[in-house]
Design a binder for this molecule. Structure first.
Ligand code: UD1
Ligand code: CA
Length: 458
């Protein structure tokens, strides 16, 4: 495919049906905005130029997506899809018989493969339109064909006769033509319709008047061409996107207990026989080693998990690295900056932040560990708290190898616990703890003999 290609993406519309303060094209699917998704697909076609027509909330749209490799063009007032495309004309280079492909930012899941078929199907002297059959075509432009099945007209729902509304073949919004014709037709659109707008759908009519070919390409998979006009369609397309992604991952060897209850909003690398239980959400960059198991209702963001890691049910992990054979949860929170070396056990109701935990160490119940460096084979008893914050600054806690921290210990940082030290349960540690000794800090237990519980007066 050596013909130079221009791509125009229409993204200026008001998006009224979204009922949202956020511009429609900044809503997301799989955490990537609709506009960025379609631009990424456009980039994969290797065009000479991508033009995005923006208008409604354009400052916000451009500022949010300033990293995209596109030329921004402004449509000052939203006078229709044809008028939007017209704004791109000064930037469309017609040299070398280039083609121009028009896309809608609110149809972000169209595949590059489909777009290639549209480009291939563009007549040398005419226009190609992508259509599809929808079981519910409500709100969409219906495609009328003549007796020979050739293109006749596209009618918008608001302009349609009742019998035309029964037609299920619709225009997807995607069309392609040689740039020289496209530029010429765009400059000759009228606004003689119920909405008083300049319709892009008039282009093929202008082509017919000039006896140019109009090629209809009917897409079998209507799901990828579904436009997003409201939040119901946004949710439907999110599910479609997630289903496509899950299908690909399963074919690559991932075990998803229920692909309908799995969300990946980013990129996942995984080893052999990884198992993901229902209702797991993965975000950002995630890497899972061989045989990793992720329990139900867990959220993981930007983490690297080694081989044989087990995350039990209901955990949240962010920006952390877990070595081989670590176990986390159920109900644990691993916060950014945490490094668990191999075979670390983090149990229920444990929160751990910005800490490094050595091989074989166990923090099994109800603890808060923040800004700590913990050695190997340490046992951190239930209810242990690092008091890392004095109200102004954060301080470090250092625990040596094979230390034993009794239950309900408070480690008031900055503090260091020596190697092999033992701290008795219930201690508030404010000074460094020597290695290999028992340290305790608590009142002696006393017994009051012959004491009687108060009883109710008769
Ligand atoms: C449009 C088509 C309809 C097609 C449907 C497919 C027209 C007249 N109608 O209808 O035939 O079946 O898409 O989804 O083309 N936009 C602008 N400036 C404007 C108006 C719209 O940039 O002045 C942009 C929008 O941001 C959006 C796209 O064009 O990305 C489509 O506009 P929208 O109003 O959603 O058109 P539909 O009513 O869906
Ligand atoms: Ca639309």
């Amino acid at each position: 495919m050596n013909t130079p290609l221009n791509i125009v993406i229409l993204a200026a519309g008001l998006g009224k049906r979204m009922k949202s303060a956020i511009p429609k094209v900044l809503h997301t699917i799989g955490n990537v905005s609709l506009l960025e998704r379609i631009v990424n697909t456009a980039v994969s076609l290797n065009p000479q130029r991508i033009i995005v027509v923006c208008g409604h909330e354009r400052e916000l749209v451009q500022a949010t997506l300033s990293h995209l490799p596109v030329q921004w063009v402004i449509q000052e007032s939203q006078l229709g899809t044809g008028h939007a495309a017209l704004q791109a004309v000064p930037y469309l280079e017609a040299e070398n018989n280039s083609l121009s492909l028009i896309l809608f930012a609110d149809g972000p899941l169209i595949s590059a493969e489909t777009l290639r078929a549209v480009i291939r199907g563009t007549p040398e002297n005419g226009i190609a339109l992508l259509t599809t059959e929808m079981s519910d075509p409500t709100g969409l432009g219906r495609v009328l064909r003549d007796e020979q099945g050739l293109f006749f007209e596209i009618v918008e729902e608001k302009d349609a006769m009742p019998e035309q509304l029964a037609i299920r073949e619709i225009f997807t919004g995607i069309l392609c033509a040689p740039t020289k014709h496209m530029n010429h037709w765009l400059q000759h659109l009228s606004n003689d319709n119920v909405q008083g707008e300049y319709y892009l759908t008039e282009l093929p009519l202008l082509a017919l008047t000039e006896k140019k070919a109009v090629n209809l390409i009917c897409l079998a998979n209507s799901r990828e061409a579904q436009g997003i006009n409201d939040k119901k369609q946004l949710a439907q397309q999110e599910r479609y996107f997630q289903w496509c992604q899950a299908s690909r991952l399963m074919l690559d060897g991932l075990i998803l207990r229920d692909p309908h209850r799995f969300d990946l909003r980013g990129e996942l690398h995984f080893g052999m026989d990884v198992v993901i239980e229902p209702n797991v959400i993965l975000e950002g960059q995630i890497s899972l080693g061989d045989r990793v198991k992720i329990g139900a209702n867990t959220v993981i963001r930007n983490c690297v998990l080694g081989n044989d890691v087990v995350i039990k049910e209901n955990c949240v992990l962010e920006d952390s690295v877990l070595g081989n054979h670590c176990t986390v949860g159920p109900f644990a929170r691993v916060r950014p900056g945490t490094v668990l070396e191999e075979q670390v056990g983090i149990g229920n109701f444990v929160e751990i932040k910005k800490s490094t935990v050595g091989v074989g160490t166990k923090i099994n119940h109800l603890s808060y560990v923040g800004d700590a460096t913990i050695g190997i084979d340490v046992n951190v008893g239930a209810g242990t708290i690092t008091c890392n914050y004095d109200g102004v600054n954060k301080h470090q806690t250092i625990i040596g190898d094979r230390a034993f921290i009794g239950s309900d210990t408070q480690l008031v940082a900055p503090v260091t616990v020596g190697e092999g030290a033992t701290i008795a349960a219930g201690s508030t540690i404010t000074k460094d703890v020597p290695a290999h000794q028992l340290t305790l800090c608590r009142k002696q237990q006393i017994v009051i003999e012959n004491w009687e519980r108060p009883s109710k007066e008769e």
